[in-house]
Write a protein that binds this ligand. Structure first.
Ligand SMILES: *Cc1c(COP(=O)(O)O)cnc(C)c1O
Length: 220
């Protein structure tokens, strides 16, 4: 087995254990391998090991890297997990199967136009700034109801919420908050948990975890 396959097996085992501790099924948690900054040579061993969901944070990097990989493996599923500029909405809708970073009205409008024009409907998550951090992306918690209403009015089906909790503090309360917000708004999906905290997220209701470092090693 390749080193990548070993790491993937370790993460899957840890996730299955965490899910079991919360009486959840591991199959209900989608593992997204975050491949940002890593090249095709680093990604291929994971694909060979059976991984299909991948996450990227930049439209341009994705456009350069993934079309060729997708030609080799057509059932790849690509997730955009980074901030998206409205003027790149069309490129994003063309490239990605899911967008986790819907966070403002202007982007909702741009995505609605892009989906209409391309006749494509990526799965959508609203990113919520659960820690109320000035420097972080995401919709403020207090603006979430209005943004969800705007998305609905624009014909966009939002299926879940995404969050990145504040660094260096216990993430569990933030995961619990995201779960509660999703529940309150009747949204089935929760994108939460990264390399350092995916087990906690898996226990607290994550349906999608986004894992980079634990699979690929440190980014250069
Ligand atoms: C980079 C990134 C991740 C993966 O982080 P790791 O700590 O490497 O697992 C997850 N989510 C988002 C939004 C990211 O930008």
């Amino acid at each position: 087995m390749s080193e990548a396959a070993d790491r993937l097996a370790e993460v899957q085992a840890a996730m299955a254990q965490a899910a079991a501790r919360a009486q959840r099924r591991a199959e209900d948690i989608c593992l997204i391998a975050v491949s940002k900054t890593h090249d095709a040579a680093a990604i291929r061993p994971l694909i060979a090991a059976g991984q299909r969901h991948f996450g990227e944070n930049r439209v341009q990097e994705t456009a350069a890297k993934w079309p060729a990989l997708r030609e080799e493996t057509p059932d790849i599923v690509l997730h955009l997990i980074g901030q998206l500029q409205s003027n790149k909405a069309e490129d994003a809708v063309a490239l990605f199967d899911a967008i986790h970073s819907v966070d403002r009205s202007s982007l909702v409008r741009a995505l609605a136009r892009a989906c209409e024009k391309l006749g494509k409907r990526p799965r959508l998550f609203v990113q919520v700034n659960v820690g109320d951090e000035a420097q972080k992306g995401g919709c403020p918690v207090c603006d979430l109801p209005a943004l969800l209403d705007e998305a609905k009015a624009a014909g966009l089906a939002i299926e879940g919420l995404m969050a990145i909790p504040p660094a260096a503090v216990e993430p569990a309360p933030y995961f619990a908050l995201l779960d509660e917000l999703a529940e309150r708004h009747g949204l089935p999906l929760r994108s939460m948990g990264m390399s350092v905290d995916y087990e906690t997220a898996a226990m607290l209701g994550a349906t999608h975890v986004r894992i980079g470092t634990a699979l690929f090693g440190a980014r250069g």
